[in-house]
Design a protein around this ligand. Structure first.
Ligand code: SAH
Ligand code: SF4
Length: 380
């Protein structure tokens, strides 16, 4: 089988090229063609030696996931459905805002973690995405949005500063908040992160790339050591009893351990706070007492809160908290001097909002079957 070059970061490509007797600068040239100019045809990589182009065409390929659907929501949010083979498809979402453009990408076909309120979790799990499938989402989005550089103009790569919105760059931020748990697919995710951060590839600042995790503690430590980026942690409950039910991974890594891991992460993190995500579920985790308990829980962790109004999906069993309650909850956190924002729901009409991404997953865990049996048992 041909080697897919999209599976390599700069180090991997350099090593692979060295194996062919090629110099590191050749790897750099090809990396730029692939990820800065969005070129998938070796023949058009004009400054690469002709003999090397021919060799690459024999032994390598640029294999992207196939685009199945491109939907545009009334608010400009865009969602792409990408085929990753064997009946699996994943989704990725572009959210344009006044001062930034954010791409939300998936890291697994499905998710094995079964958070109670998440439609991806409900679907079951098939497999980890490869690096090519993860970075392929950014590649496709840039292609569709016309956000790749023009090789003819010979521009040099430029880092995106934290403060100014780069008018010439449509995708200024990437969040790993689509389908799947990124830290459960560590190697491939970190290789894809390297490409996002590389000046010869996508050149994003570490502060503009955010990984969201449900709290896999050992992998958070590893990320802090190997490739620190901005971190969001899906908290969703102020105590272990409730979090055990909503985010089952909590039974393995309870809140005290999670809070310590957050503090450790800040030693190497590019930002000096952790973002806690908190989905607002009517009558479940949204009372004033819950808010006060949260303030006590995060006392020693520099953090911001992002409240997410629950996005419904069929048979979820949950309801979105009324907006007045969300506001009251936010007030209590803010009175404790915790910066708190409430996430605007985007792209709801094309099911592109948080937790609504479902793609198409051939569940290998037979979760749906198990659930059907449980329901049948409960009914009998
Ligand atoms: N697996 C990772 C990242 C993907 S989920 C994680 O859990 O953090 C991205 C965010 O969307 C998480 O905070 C998740 O809890 C939240 N989410 C999941 N389902 C949701 C829903 N139905 N409504 C609102 N937010 C949801
Ligand atoms: Fe997986 Fe995140 Fe959904 Fe939980 S919220 S099931 S970890 S994708």
């Amino acid at each position: 089988m041909k080697q897919n070059l999209l599976d390599f970061d700069a180090a991997g490509l350099t090593t692979w090229f060295a194996g062919m007797g090629e110099k590191p600068f050749r790897a750099k040239q090809v990396l730029r063609w692939l990820h800065q100019f969005g070129e998938d045809d070796f023949e058009r990589m004009s400054d690469v030696a002709k003999s090397l182009r021919a060799r690459l065409a024999e032994i390598a390929e640029v294999r992207l996931p196939q685009m199945l659907r491109d939907s545009v929501a009334a608010d400009g949010t865009r969602k792409w459905l990408l085929d990753v083979g064997n009946g699996n498809a994943v989704e990725c979402v572009y959210i344009p805002e006044e001062n930034r453009g954010t791409l939300c990408i998936s890291t697994q076909a499905g998710c094995a973690l079964e958070c109670a309120f998440c439609s991806t979790g409900r679907q079951g799990f098939n497999r980890n995405l490869s690096t090519a499938e993860i970075i392929g989402q950014l590649w496709w989005a840039k292609k569709a949005l016309g956000d790749f550089r023009d090789p003819g103009r010979g521009e040099s790569p430029r880092r995106i500063a934290e403060t100014d919105f780069p008018a010439d760059r449509i995708i200024s931020n990437v969040v790993l908040m689509g389908m799947g748990e990124p830290l459960a697919n560590f190697e491939n995710v970190v290789t894809a992160l390297h490409l996002m951060l590389d000046d010869n590839a996508y050149g994003l600042s570490r502060r503009r790339v955010t990984l969201s995790t449900s709290g896999i503690v050992p992998a958070m430590d590893r990320l802090g050591d190997e490739c620190p980026v901005a971190l969001a942690v899906s908290l969703h409950a102020p105590n272990d009893e409730l979090r055990d039910k909503l985010v089952p991974i909590n039974r393995k890594y309870p809140l005290a351990e999670l809070m310590s891991a957050c503090r450790r992460y800040l030693d190497t993190a590019p930002r000096d706070f952790i973002t806690f995500e908190y989905v607002m579920l009517d009558g479940v985790n949204d009372s004033e007492e819950h808010a006060r308990e949260l303030v006590r829980l995060v006392r020693d962790v520099p953090c911001k809160f992002n409240l997410i109004p629950f996005n419904p999906f069929p048979d979820s069993g949950f309801k979105r908290s009324p907006s007045l309650r969300v506001r009251r909850f936010a007030e209590i956190l803010m009175q404790a001097r915790i910066v708190t924002t409430t996430r605007k729901t985007r792209g709801e009409d094309i099911a592109a909002a948080c937790g609504q991404l479902a793609g198409q997953v051939r569940d290998r865990t037979q979760r749906r079957d198990k659930r059907t049996i449980n329901i049948a048992e409960a009914a009998s």
